[in-house]
Ligand binder design. Sequence first.
Ligand code: NAD
Ligand code: DAU
Length: 339
Amino acid sequence: MTILVTGGAGFIGSNFIFYWLDKHPGDRVVCLDKLTYAGSLSTLKSVMDRPDFRFVKGDICDKGLVLGLFREERPEYVINFAAESHVDRSITGPEVFLQSNYIGTAVLLEACRECGVGRYHQVSTDEVYGDLPLDRPDLFFTEDTPLHTSSPYSASKAAADLLVQSYVRTYGISATISRCSNNYGPCQFPEKFIPLMVINALNDEPLPVYGDGLNVRDWLFVEDHCRAIELILQKGRIGEIYNVGGHNEWRNIDVVKLILAKLGKPESLIRYVEDRKGHDRRYAIDPGKICDELGWLPETGFEDGLGWTLRWYLDNRPWWGDIVSGEYREYYEMMYGGR
Ligand code: NAD
Ligand code: DAU
């Protein structure tokens, strides 16, 4: 069987490709990726020469290219990871988020309609639900929680989810949606919280903590997310949404302190900086549906997962060293300089 993975040169998409090729020998994986600032062929280096893998550089918004690829490859599964994914960038420049996250999804859905696919899976996010208050630890996001978006990023993802649901109902497309909490693990782009803190700590540079550092995120090791998507593709019900999260809530400041302790670096590196605009307070997933229906459970505890992640960044300095010395420096200066 051939599967099409969009956005496979990014963080979760690349981990999904490694996972799939490992668990499904005999399948062929085609990756379509625009190679934006967040995507890199160096991430896919270990699979590029495999006969069961094909990389295609291209934009999911490019109708001609997408349709041509569907006609040529006839994928059984299409898994859409391709997106602009960083909330801070969506606040300074929302347009590309609407384009890639919404229009790109629309183009993929049209190609599914035209060519037919066994399954289309939309990789969405828990951010579509907005946030929860810190003083109500009893509250969690379920699949029935109303959409209540805070950033252009989350709004573009929610819009795409609604479009997917409309294609299920109107055209009978066999689609599913997953809404996962914060992922961490190897190959995550250095702009995101955990790699940013790890890399700054390794470089003895200040660690910028937004606001009071008390915002809460529900961290999941990336391979657990990949396994959840695999199960949804195989056993998930058409038209359904599945929340994915491991009940692993941490305050940002506590994650920063844990990273510093594990790396043997001093807490004096911590700098509280101006808060993110519209900063969501707390994310917390109720994963009851995917656990009960599909038998999914997270397998990696935070201590282990964070340890492996730190080891990966320590062992792969050339991967992130290239990124942080390039145009990323300008981004960093724009985002953090004088903050
Ligand atoms: P990422 O930014 O690391 O990677 C995104 C990839 O998509 C990059 O390789 C990029 O080149 C590619 N891309 C972007 N626009 C494209 C376009 N128009 N056409 C083709 N390729 C394009 O993102 P990530 O963190 O791996 O997230 C992947 C998906 O998972 C996203 O849809 C995101 O919304 C979702 N998600 C992420 C998290 C998380 O914690 N990172 C959690 C839940 C859901
Ligand atoms: O919940 C799923 C979402 O998780 C995904 O949909 C997004 O693609 C992904 O980027 C992530 O969004 P967050 O905004 O939660 O992740 P980020 O890594 O940007 O920030 C995590 C928390 O850390 C958040 O409360 C903001 C804070 N933060 C972040 C950065 C980059 C800081 O305090 N300092 C920083 O420098």
